[in-house]
Ligand binder design. Structure first.
Ligand SMILES: [Zn+2]
Length: 211
C-alpha cells in the first residue's frame, strides 16, 4: 500500500505525538536526505511497518528495537516499498506517450511534442519544461500517484512546450483538464503531509488543530 493522503497520514499519528521519537538522522546510502523517517513507537511491541507519507518513506518500529536491528531492518523495508512502487511506476516512454494522448485529446492545436520526458528527483516542483530543447521532467514524488494527478502535471508541462508562462492562453488550455480540482487537492494534500513530516512542530500543530 502506498499511502499519501493527509487522512491516512493523520490516522497513523492521531493518538499521541509524545509516543513517537522522530529520528531525523536516519538516512541510508543512495537516499535523499530526509527521505526515510524512522519512528520508534512505544505502542508497537513487535510489528514493523513501512509506508509512504508525502515524499518520505516512514518506517515504524518498536521503541525497544536495538540500533543494530534497526540498521538491518530499515533498508529491507525501504526496498520493499520501492519494489511495490516500481511495479506501479510508469516508464519514461509511457510518460511521453501519455503526453501525446493528452495533447491530442485536449489541445490538438498544440503540435509540438517533447523530445525527452524523464523522472527526476524534485522536491520543490511537480514538473518542469524546458521549451528550448523540449525536455519535460516529472517529479519522482508522482511515482505511484493516481492517473489523474500524473495526467494533470503532464498536461501542464506539455502546454509549456507552446506557452512558457501561465498567461491567459495557458490557462484556457489547462482548464480543459476536467479533473483539475481533484488533482490539485491530491497534490496539495501530498505536500501538506510532506511538510508536516519534515517539521515536527508543524506536525504537532496539525494534530492539535485536528478536532
Ligand atoms: Zn507551469
Amino acid at each position: 500500500m502506498v499511502e499519501v493522503s493527509i487522512k491516512s497520514w493523520a490516522g497513523r499519528y492521531g493518538e499521541s505525538v509524545d509516543d513517537f521519537d522522530l529520528d531525523r538522522d536516519a538516512t541510508l546510502p543512495g537516499v535523499t536526505e530526509g527521505e526515510i523517517v524512522v519512528i520508534r513507537s512505544n505502542r508497537r511491541k513487535k510489528n514493523v511497518s513501512a509506508y509512504r507519507a508525502g515524499g518520505r518513506i516512514v518506517v515504524s518500529i518498536p521503541a525497544r528495537m536495538s540500533k543494530a536491528d534497526e540498521r538491518a531492518l530499515v533498508p529491507e523495508m525501504v526496498a520493499k516499498i520501492r519494489a511495490q512502487e516500481a511495479a506501479v511506476t510508469m516508464s519514461e516512454l509511457a510518460l511521453a506517450e501519455r503526453i501525446g494522448e493528452l495533447l491530442q485529446e485536449l489541445a490538438p492545436e498544440i503540435r509540438i511534442r517533447p523530445a525527452d520526458v524523464a523522472w527526476r528527483a524534485m522536491r520543490e516542483r511537480w514538473g518542469s519544461c524546458t521549451s528550448v530543447d523540449r525536455t519535460i521532467r516529472i517529479s519522482d514524488r508522482l511515482k505511484g500517484a493516481p492517473e489523474f494527478a500524473i495526467d494533470y502535471v503532464l498536461f501542464h508541462e506539455a502546454i509549456h512546450l507552446e506557452y512558457s508562462d501561465h498567461g491567459p492562453e495557458f490557462k484556457e488550455l489547462l482548464a480543459r483538464f476536467t479533473k483539475a480540482e481533484l488533482a490539485s487537492a491530491y497534490l496539495d494534500g501530498y505536500e501538506a503531509a510532506e511538510t508536516a513530516l519534515a517539521v515536527p512542530e508543524a506536525l504537532k500543530k496539525l494534530l492539535n488543530n485536528r478536532d
